[in-house]
Write a protein of this length. Structure first.
Length: 403
């Protein structure tokens, strides 16, 4: 089978996903086009250089609707003969775009792809698409639907994680992210966002709170306690699904959950012939990909079975992985991953994660693949695994190997 290689990976800084965020004036299409242009310019791509652009975004309504991928291609400097495919696997959309592209190349369907994703959460709010699983009672009741924050608290309750453990992970994420920025660890992949006059709008992640400590987090109220216990009483619904639990322990709050941000990321993937044609060297190969479905109520445990599947499919053991990127949707997601595989926390999310820098839904999967590659190169390590939990009960994973 043809090998699929990563030739380049870029991302924008993550801006606060609200009206006073630095990226609020930029549309999803323009932010995506900027990423595509960066990949084109950095790699001297000409003409119909790639087979397709596969682009993830979660809330596919308004300016993020209508096959955003194709619109972004037309708004970019890419050749208009390059088509675009918009996909949605919730939080793993950016990763799934990369995985689909890699598997298309492995199957012989084209020499190269641009894959990634975008989410402008300050412009197109999460949930504004009115997902049936949340708003259709005939579906929601049947699958015991609860919001993701409740699911994160169910994980904490089921697997015995305390508020202190969750807060400690959050503090460490902030510390690592701040150190990564201080040491310019992201400089290979970060592209500054500029306005029409060429003036820089944002050139570093702005959600970070480097002064975060255990004391500052201890004063925050659990974000999902009232939602679970009072209106509309999601805890009761969850306990019907899990009667062995006495009550839901609400440990998550804004400080140990992922931040709402704006951002985009892209990855250039191709076969050997593509690299030779453009005179560029591959940085890594995509060794394996995986996706799974699971219980839609607890919902966010997907990184565990997704990792189990990708390791089994590729004939590898957890000890074969040098570094991990596990999306920090909520602290309990990462704690469960570390618990399940007895993984040393020092090799998980080395440069912090979404708790510190934010989680631009459709882009995050591509972001963490790029971050993982950069860190493998920085540490001169060989193999990395990236994985995300996914709404509605799914998981996805990607294994990359340096070449």
């Amino acid at each position: 089978m043809t090998e699929a290689y990563i030739y380049d990976a870029v991302r924008t800084p993550r801006g606060k996903g609200r009206k006073d965020g630095s990226l609020h004036e930029v549309t999803s299409v323009r932010l995506s086009a900027g990423v595509m242009n960066a990949l084109k310019e950095r790699n001297n791509l000409e003409g119909h250089a790639v087979e397709d652009v596969i682009w993830g975004n979660v809330t596919q309504v308004k300016e993020q609707g209508g096959c955003l991928a194709r619109t972004a291609v037309l708004a970019s400097d890419l050749d208009e003969r390059i088509p675009g495919l918009a996909i949605n696997r919730f939080c793993a959309s950016g990763m799934e775009a990369v995985n689909i592209a890699a598997n298309q190349i492995k199957g012989g369907a084209g020499n190269a792809y641009i894959a990634g994703g975008v989410e402008m959460m300050g412009r197109v709010p999460m949930g504004s698409d009115g997902a049936a699983i949340a708003v259709d009672p005939s579906v929601a009741m049947e699958v015991y639907f609860v919001p993701q924050g409740i699911s994160a608290d169910i994980i904490a309750t089921e697997y015995g994680f305390s508020r202190e453990q969750a807060d400690a992970l959050a503090v460490e994420s902030q510390r690592r992210a701040a150190k990564a920025w201080e040491e310019n660890r992201f400089e290979k992949s970060i592209i500054a966002v500029k306005d029409v006059n060429g003036l820089t709008i944002l050139d570093r992640d702005e959600y970070l709170r480097p002064g975060t400590d255990m004391d500052s987090l201890s004063g925050l109220k659990p974000a999902f306690k009232e939602q679970g216990e009072v209106m509309p009483g999601f805890d009761k619904l969850a306990l019907m699904k899990y009667p062995h639990l006495d009550a839901i322990n609400h440990i998550h709050h804004a400080g140990n959950s992922s931040g709402i941000v704006d951002g985009a990321a892209g990855v250039l993937i191709g076969n050997k012939e593509f690299g030779e044609a453009y005179g560029i060297k591959p940085r890594a190969r995509i060794k394996a990909t995986a996706k799974i479905g699971l219980d839609p109520t607890i919902m966010l445990t997907g990184p565990v079975p997704a990792t189990q599947k990708i390791l089994a499919d590729s004939g590898m053991a957890i000890s074969d992985i040098d570094l991990f990127e596990v999306n920090e949707a909520f602290a309990s997601v990462v704690l469960r991953f570390q618990q399940a595989f007895d993984v040393d926390p020092s090799i998980v999310n080395v440069n912090g994660g979404s708790i510190a820098m934010g989680h631009p839904l459709g882009a995050t999967g591509a972001i963490i693949i790029g971050t993982l590659l950069d860190e493998l190169e920085r540490q001169d390590k060989e193999t990395g695994l990236a994985t995300l939990c996914i709404a509605s009960g799914m998981g996805a994973a990607t294994i990359i190997e340096r070449v």
